[in-house]
Design a protein around this ligand. Structure first.
Ligand code: IMP
Ligand code: MG
Length: 191
């Protein structure tokens, strides 16, 4: 697929809105963790853009580490949703650290719940969740989201790290993908 402009239906949040909201959430996080060091854990690849923007806006000392996951089983008929495994683990232990899991989007919640359970087993001092986007209308398993930048409607979105077939991650705004251009079944398979 080519990243044609007609594949984007409309802009949901402009670059200015995204930057302003990240600054607000960063201020909340800096206040909450005042006097402590915080480790941000990013989930490759989707959360990289948000994590770096967030980290630059924080006023407390931060460390960063990344993990990668692969999901198998989607929302298509006949598949079991929510099977996730770690494809690349963190470089360092998180024992006794204040940890914030940084996500691009919390959708069904399966990915986040799996990561929370896995990380909690490693004995962090605290473990929070911060997400750029929250599509809580599609939640299947409940997860405690501590910080969210935006709640979004039930539409497939791209930009600020979120992809469709690995494209559009580098957009500095969030856009709704045009379902006619791409086919609704195809979108269902991607999230
Ligand atoms: P969950 O396990 O259903 O919460 O799925 C979360 C993952 O699905 C995210 O980390 C994204 O990689 C992907 N995803 C869900 N919705 C979207 C979307 O609208 N655009 C791009 N990726 C999405
Ligand atoms: Mg993806």
């Amino acid at each position: 697929m080519k990243a044609a402009p007609e594949n984007l239906e409309r802009v949901l949040f402009t670059a200015e809105q995204v930057a302003a909201r990240i600054a607000e959430v960063a201020a909340e996080i800096s206040a909450k963790y005042e006097g402590r060091d915080l480790k941000l854990i990013g989930v490759l690849k989707g959360s990289v853009f948000f994590l770096t923007a967030l980290a630059r806006a924080l006023t407390i000392p931060v460390k960063i580490d990344f993990l990668a996951i692969s999901s198998f089983g989607g929302n298509s008929p006949g598949q079991t949703a929510g099977m996730v495994r770690i494809a690349k683990d963190l470089d360092d232990p998180i024992h006794d650290e204040d940890v914030l899991l940084v996500e691009d989007i919390v959708d069904t919640g399966f990915t986040t719940r799996y990561l929370l359970q896995t990380l909690a087993g490693r004995g962090p001092r605290s473990l929070g969740i911060c997400t750029l986007l929250d599509r809580s209308i599609r939640r299947i398993v409940q997860v405690p989201v501590d910080f969210r930048c935006f709640e979004i409607p039930d539409r497939f979105v791209v930009g600020c790290g979120l992809d469709f077939e690995q494209l559009y991650r580098n957009l500095d705004y969030i856009a709704v993908l045009n379902p006619e251009a791409l086919g609704p079944d195809k979108i269902e398979d991607k999230r």
